[in-house]
Design a protein around this ligand. Structure first.
Ligand SMILES: O=C(O)CCC(=O)C(=O)O
Ligand SMILES: [Fe+2]
Length: 300
């Protein structure tokens, strides 16, 4: 009798959708669909993103790349702590406290300025179709807006979660028109199940009509679950595209200590006139507002 050798013993990612054999339409796919990133965005993937304002590509970064990136972020954290530097190009760096009592990098802007590894990684050819979703003329704005933003969430830290918001608010600070799609590209570094908290979205709210009716939520204050919210389950290396006009939040993990860690990085693709920040840049209004909140919560 043949033995079954393929019994899954690990929590491997479920297979991504095989579009070569899929005969249905976007209506047949659940929001939890895991797509495969190929050399081009397929018509089905484009339709899914347009319908929901969100799409996930399975494990675009490989395990060894995830490990190397996380090691590099740790090295940068150590350097920042050592140097006493608390802002990069005017954007505050928030250091909380990790479960071992050590400084924890909660949010860092301009990550690809700090990390040569990441600056090269985000330019890998595999991301080219993602760049073209934003626009044929889109570029990676290492030194523009907030650059690449790296987030760490840990239960009990300064920033275990992030309340409901749309990224369009930040667009308003940057004088963008929230009427146009505004795609945010996220890399996810941890295995996140529903009990691990993480990203929740309100599908469809990227469309203006819905967006305005949903405006009843207060930006960055309300944490309450929404009846229509959808959880984004991730495996390390997953890539997401979400329309920044859609309402979303990051929930606190039900776990404690290192078990609760979640790390994400958002890569800035920009299309407007080149407008780099520099060492001389001053904190923006929204940096100053958030900085006050973080200091009040006990940022180091
Ligand atoms: O950590 C995430 O996946 C989301 C972060 C986010 O929504 C933001 O920084 O605006
Ligand atoms: Fe956001």
């Amino acid at each position: 009798m043949a033995m079954t050798l393929s019994m899954p013993t690990t929590d491997d990612a479920p297979p991504s959708l095989d579009e070569s054999t899929f005969a249905g339409t976007v209506d047949d796919l659940p929001l939890s669909t895991r797509f495969r990133l190929g050399p081009e965005i397929t018509a089905l993937q484009a339709a899914f993103l347009e319908r929901h304002g969100f799409i996930l590509f399975s494990q675009v970064a490989k395990p060894d790349e995830v490990a190397a990136i996380l090691a590099d972020i740790q090295a940068i954290t150590d350097e920042l702590v050592e140097s006493g530097e608390r802002s990069i190009y005017g954007a505050p760096i928030w250091l909380g406290t990790d479960p071992d009592g050590k400084p924890l990098l909660q949010r860092m802007a301009f990550t690809t300025v700090m990390s040569v590894l990441l600056k090269g990684f985000v330019r890998d050819e595999r991301f080219e179709p993602v760049r073209r979703v934003v626009g044929e003329d889109a570029r990676i704005g290492d030194e523009e807006k907030d650059g690449a933003v790296f987030n760490t969430y840990v239960d009990g830290s300064l920033r275990p979660s992030l309340a409901w918001h749309t990224d369009a608010l930040r667009g308003v600070f940057y004088h963008l028109k929230p009427a146009a799609p505004m795609f945010n590209i996220g890399l996810h570094f941890d295995r996140i199940r529903p009990e691990d908290g993480g990203l929740y979205l309100l599908p469809g709210t990227h469309e203006q009509s819905l967006w305005s009716t949903r405006f009843s939520k207060i930006h960055f204050l309300s944490q309450a679950p929404d009846a229509n919210e959808v959880h984004v389950e991730t495996w390390p290396g997953d890539l997401t595209i979400h329309d920044g006009r859609m309402w979303h939040r990051v929930a606190t993990s039900e776990k404690t200590g290192w078990e609760s860690v979640r790390r994400s990085m958002y890569v800035p693709y920009v299309r407007d006139a080149y407008d780099p920040k520099s060492e001389d840049s001053q904190p923006l209004l929204y940096h100053r507002l958030f900085n006050r909140v973080m200091k009040w919560k006990g940022a180091r």
